[in-house]
Design a protein around this ligand. Structure first.
Ligand SMILES: NC(=O)c1ccc[n+]([C@@H]2O[C@H](COP(=O)([O-])OP(=O)(O)OC[C@H]3O[C@@H](n4cnc5c(N)ncnc54)[C@H](O)[C@@H]3O)[C@@H](O)[C@H]2O)c1
Length: 285
């Protein structure tokens, strides 16, 4: 097969962090016939990626790559609800030490506002830095996987143009470019905070309904017949690591601008809802 110089087939790519999004990135890149190595602090994650054939090999060093995709977790190791950027900074220091000038560092992980510029500083702008937050949704990875529309922001204009070449041309991802990397950072945080808010409202509505003799499901179904309303389901509380952690990232930005945030109340509602479910289960036993 003829490969033109824009295809990226002669380039070396390293995916750092082979969990849910790193693995799915590797799978996607591999399906495009690209040369992909992987690195993770977990040997198990590396073994899985090799076993499933989504990476070519485990990277023994960070030297010699054209593209680095950072896909590591950004919550504290012992507390998945608290944001943490030590891992990203550690990876940046290693790329700064071993990587070559002019390569691209793409941050796919969700990060607190200001992190990308800190990474650029560690790299001394020898490498380009873009943030292309992931919107991966496993159950619908065909439509909402790696190559759905993604937001891209860069630290400098040269970073944006290198980022667009890689994510847009080589990976074929439809990109929505924003004017600063901070907007890109905030995009993902806002998406998940907004989702948090919507779920918390459904939880509140369920508690209110059930304590006032109204059937929540029936009320929700009726309200959702209006064209511009979509009340979500209320399930077991707001779980996973993304929504609570990313809402904390939003709150730490909001607290500098406002004294209060609607999201603090949403967190309280979610706590109340969890206690409510426990109480309900005990009464039903
Ligand atoms: N899972 C999703 O659906 C999803 C969607 C969008 C964004 N995100 C974001 O993507 C990031 C990763 O999420 P995930 O679900 O893939 O997490 P995950 O826990 O499944 O995987 C993270 C991987 O990173 C590795 N890791 C952690 N620190 C490392 C380090 N310093 N060096 C190398 N490897 C390291 C871990 O061992 C793990 O294998 C998070 O910031 C998350 O908020 C996740």
């Amino acid at each position: 097969m003829h490969q033109n110089s824009d295809s990226g087939h002669h380039k070396k790519i390293l995916i750092i962090g082979l969990g849910q999004i790193g693995h799915s990135n590797a799978e996607y890149l591999h399906s495009l016939g690209l040369q992909v190595d992987g690195f993770d602090i977990s040997e198990k994650a590396i073994e899985r990626a090799i076993y499933e054939g989504v990476i070519d090999r485990k990277a023994l060093s960070f030297a010699g790559y054209d593209y680095y995709l950072i896909c590591i977790s950004t919550h504290q190791p012992d507390d998945m609800f608290t944001p943490y950027d030590d891992g990203i900074m550690e990876v940046a220091r290693r790329i700064a030490k071993e990587g070559r000038q002019g390569s691209l560092v793409g941050i796919d992980s969700t990060i607190p506002k200001g992190t990308s510029k800190k990474v650029l500083e560690v790299l001394n702008h020898r490498m380009h830095v873009v943030h292309v937050p992931h919107r991966y949704y496993g159950p619908e990875k065909q439509n909402h996987g790696v190559n759905q529309t993604r937001v891209i922001g860069g630290c400098e204009s040269c970073c944006v143009s290198e980022g667009k070449k890689f994510y847009g041309k080589i990976l074929g991802i439809p990109l929505h470019e924003v004017s600063s990397i901070e907007v890109a950072e905030m995009t993902k945080i806002v998406e998940n905070s907004y989702r948090f808010l919507e779920i918390a409202f459904a939880e509140e509505l369920k508690m209110v309904s059930e304590s006032t003799g109204i059937n929540f499901d029936e009320l929700r179904e009726a309200v959702n017949t209006k064209w511009n309303i979509k009340i979500l389901e209320a399930r077991e509380g707001i779980g996973g690591h993304c929504l609570p952690k990313d809402t904390e990232m939003f709150l730490s930005v909001a607290k500098n601008a406002l004294n209060s945030s609607i999201l603090s109340t949403a967190k309280t509602v979610d706590h109340k809802y969890r206690s409510y479910l426990i109480h309900k289960a005990m009464v039903q036993q």
